[in-house]
Design a protein around this ligand. Structure first.
Ligand code: HEC
Ligand code: HEC
Ligand code: HEC
Ligand code: HEC
Ligand code: HEC
Ligand code: HEC
Ligand code: HEC
Ligand code: HEC
Length: 481
């Protein structure tokens, strides 16, 4: 334990793990948190009309030294590497810059819980200390906390993601409609509480809070929020403070392992049979499919790993290479009317009448296959579309055959007892082509799924004497191309 002694106005602590803060006679106590020191009144020079916002330390604007960072030194060091810390200088370097632009490039009521309609920070006093997207942009005004930090006055960031709160209050509009797109996506949907509320095992993937806890995030807001109704919000995927990964992501998108890849952290529930589970079909198998580790391996099938071009160095961004692609939507004269941010997470979205990606349901022929051509992988959208249709048709034929054969196998073979039968394994493999996953399986790893289906058909023939339709090609034609 380290103590704080002395009652002079404040104590300079250049090293050590102590907060010693004595302000205006108010002893706020000692905390063995992180390296912390203070050498003068934090409120010195703070404009009264700023509504409790503090911003940068007076005279230290160029160093990006926030008042919060005076004590929270680790977060300060991380945040300083992010784009948020240079938001105003990037704006000013832009020829289109004007005063109306500054609201989202500075500290003010946007992004936090300041009451609606109330102007504060840079919107009241446009001085250098309130430039850039600083701590208080997300956490809200810190004057009360800084004078006597304790559990009751913590500036908690809003976990909400909406046009009037949190990240979305700045990340919106035709230039960068992140929140508008995200809100329409499956990640933006409030989790279906029927299957997650009373089942903690589902929450690490299906709720925002559950995911943050699983990722080791322990901020006050998250702990206090016992509720399980938070969608997969921005801060589940993005680290608000750290630029250690590209795009300020919590985990890399180019990591080809199920354990390390941001998307695969959740998209990997059941790619292989799980005998302890009541439901026996596949469940978010995209990660294992892409890495070639999915499926039940029938007797006689080679266990050699089958990965496709979609998980090779030709597509280094892996899941995001197809599902998070940006696009500038132009009018007939080539003028940009809107950017698309890829935050619908839809690889082949439908387009509205202006050419803007939407979540609507439409025919494959009306879908945009631009993600497939953007990286130079496929020569044209038409080529990519037809490759997918070919694969889907082939795999659906095989799965339909396999399911028809399995219908002739005695029900006792599906008893879900301690014996895992060929029939159960084959049914599992056929589930890659169930409605929910048909298209995904035809694209995430068509070669592997084809090999699994053909080998399953052969195994069912051998084991139960049920024959496939005459003429069915049991060679792996997709792989052979
Ligand atoms: C004078 C030092 C000091 C300053 C300046 C300061 N804090 Fe703190 N902060 C603390 C201490 C000490 C705690 C721990 C309080 C407790 O647990 O009782 C804390 C706790 C927090 C927490 C909760 C951390 C957790 O693990 O739950 C947040 C969030 C936070 N501060 C944000 C800020 C922000 C934003 C600013 C700037 C507006 C700021 N702090 C400025 C000392 C400071
Ligand atoms: C609604 C909030 C908002 C307003 C208003 C706003 N911006 Fe931004 N600006 C953002 C966000 C959010 C980003 C980050 C977008 C991204 O990473 O895709 C950004 C990024 C930028 C960048 C950095 C882009 C880069 O990659 O270098 C520049 C420059 C910029 N804005 C200029 C402007 C100008 C000029 C205006 C006024 C005409 C303006 N902004 C108004 C929110 C806003
Ligand atoms: C872009 C928004 C944003 C900015 C900018 C930001 N924070 Fe945070 N901060 C959050 C969110 C959201 C959380 C809760 C989730 C988490 O911890 O990742 C959080 C959590 C925290 C915590 C508690 C958890 C922890 O990591 O210990 C502290 C302390 C904190 N922030 C301090 C700061 C300080 C200091 C700065 C500025 C140097 C800052 N934040 C800048 C959004 C932000
Ligand atoms: C006050 C407005 C504001 C708020 C609130 C805000 N941002 Fe930003 N954000 C910006 C601006 C402006 C930029 C562009 C900075 C630049 O490029 O100069 C930006 C850039 C980014 C980038 C791009 C980083 C990069 O490496 O290019 C990410 C990611 C991001 N923000 C995520 C978030 C998340 C997540 C939150 C909520 C926790 C958030 N932002 C809250 C205004 C904001
Ligand atoms: C499911 C995960 C996920 C969620 C949820 C998510 N994003 Fe992203 N975001 C990504 C990925 C992946 C990228 C692409 C990063 C790259 O290619 O480097 C990205 C890119 C970005 C960028 C551009 C970064 C850059 O380098 O230019 C911004 C800004 C951003 N997201 C903001 C947001 C905001 C705001 C929200 C919430 C409304 C949000 N994101 C929700 C995964 C996510
Ligand atoms: C925290 C866990 C988590 C992370 C991280 C995550 N997802 Fe998801 N994703 C989900 C859940 C849960 C759903 C299903 C939501 C629902 O339908 O209720 C989903 C749905 C989707 C869907 C829509 C599926 C459909 O049937 O409409 C796509 C596409 C998707 N995710 C892609 C991605 C990509 C790409 C990434 C990485 C950039 C990613 N996800 C990261 C949990 C996650
Ligand atoms: C390891 C992460 C993970 C766990 C744990 C998990 N899921 Fe999922 N689940 C996902 C992802 C990701 C999706 C969306 C992608 C897909 O459908 O392929 C999904 C999709 C679903 C869907 C279909 C989409 C929807 O929301 O209608 C249901 C239903 C579902 N999960 C129920 C559950 C239940 C119930 C549990 C707990 C018993 C659970 N999941 C546990 C990751 C997980
Ligand atoms: C080569 C491009 C590509 C890659 C790489 C890719 N996907 Fe997909 N994904 C697609 C296409 C195309 C669809 C079909 C979309 C549709 O029907 O709307 C799809 C469908 C999906 C679906 C919904 C259908 C289903 O199978 O349940 C989810 C969820 C999904 N992908 C997640 C992921 C994740 C997670 C990764 C990384 C492990 C990934 N995808 C990698 C192109 C890709």
């Amino acid at each position: 334990m380290i103590g704080c002694r002395g009652s002079s106005k404040s104590r300079l602590q250049l090293a050590g793990v102590v907060v010693c803060l004595v302000l205006g006679g108010l002893v706020s106590g000692c905390v063995d948190e992180k390296v912390v020191f203070r050498d003068r009144d934090p409120l010195e020079g703070v404009p009264a009309e700023a509504g409790g916002f503090l911003g940068y330390q007076a005279g230290k604007e160029a160093d990006k030294a926030t008042i919060c960072g005076n004590c929270h030194t680790e977060v300060q060091a991380e945040w300083k590497q992010t784009k948020h810390a240079v938001a105003m200088q990037d704006l000013k370097a832009n020829p289109g810059a004007s005063a109306v632009c500054e609201g989202c490039h500075s500290v003010n009521e946007r992004g936090n819980d300041v009451a609606a309609g109330q102007k504060a920070g840079h919107d009241q006093v446009a001085v250098a200390r309130f430039e850039d997207v600083q701590c208080e942009s997300c956490h809200g005004p810190g004057a009360n906390h800084v004078q006597a930090p304790n559990r009751t006055n913590i500036p908690t960031p809003t976990a909400m993601t909406a046009l009037d709160r949190g990240c979305g209050e700045c990340h919106n509009g035709t230039h960068h409609p992140f929140v508008e797109e995200w809100a329409q996506s499956a990640h933006g949907a409030v989790p279906d509480l029927d299957h997650t509320k009373d089942n903690p095992s589902c929450q690490p993937c299906h709720t925002g809070q559950g995911a943050l806890v699983a990722f080791g995030v322990s901020g006050a807001r998250i702990q206090e929020a016992g509720a399980t109704d938070m969608p997969i919000t921005c801060i589940v995927c993005h680290d608000p403070h750290s630029a250690k990964n590209q795009g300020q992501l919590r985990f890399a998108i180019d990591n080809p392992s199920v354990e390390g890849n941001l998307c695969m952290k959740c998209h990997h529930k059941r790619g292989q049979p799980d005998l302890t589970s009541q439901s026996r079909g596949v469940h978010s198998p995209e990660g294992p499919l892409l890495t070639g580790e999915a499926g039940w391996i029938p007797p006689g099938m080679s266990t050699e790993k089958i990965t496709g071009t979609h998980s090779s160095e030709k597509n280094p961004r892996l899941c995001a290479g197809c599902h998070v692609t940006t696009l500038a939507v132009t009018d007939s004269k080539g003028v940009v009317i809107q950017n698309a941010t890829g935050h619908l997470f839809n690889a082949i979205p439908c387009l509205d009448s202006k050419g803007v990606p939407t979540v609507g349901d439409c025919e494959l022929t009306q879908r945009s296959f631009k993600a497939c051509t953007a990286s130079g992988c496929h020569g044209s959208e038409t080529a990519a579309r037809s490759a997918m249709i070919t694969a889907e048709t082939r795999l659906q034929t095989l799965a339909a055959q396999l399911n028809a054969m399995l219908d002739k196998v005695p029900a006792t073979e599906f008893a879900q007892d301690s014996r895992y039968t060929v029939a159960e394994g084959a049914r599992f493999n056929a589930s890659f082509m169930d409605d929910a996953h048909a298209r995904g399986s035809a694209v995430h790893n068509p070669f592997l799924v084809e090999a699994l289906l053909t080998a399953s058909i052969k195994a069912v023939q051998t084991t139960y004497g049920v024959q496939a339709a005459p003429g069915l090609n049991l060679n792996n034609v997709l792989r052979a191309r």
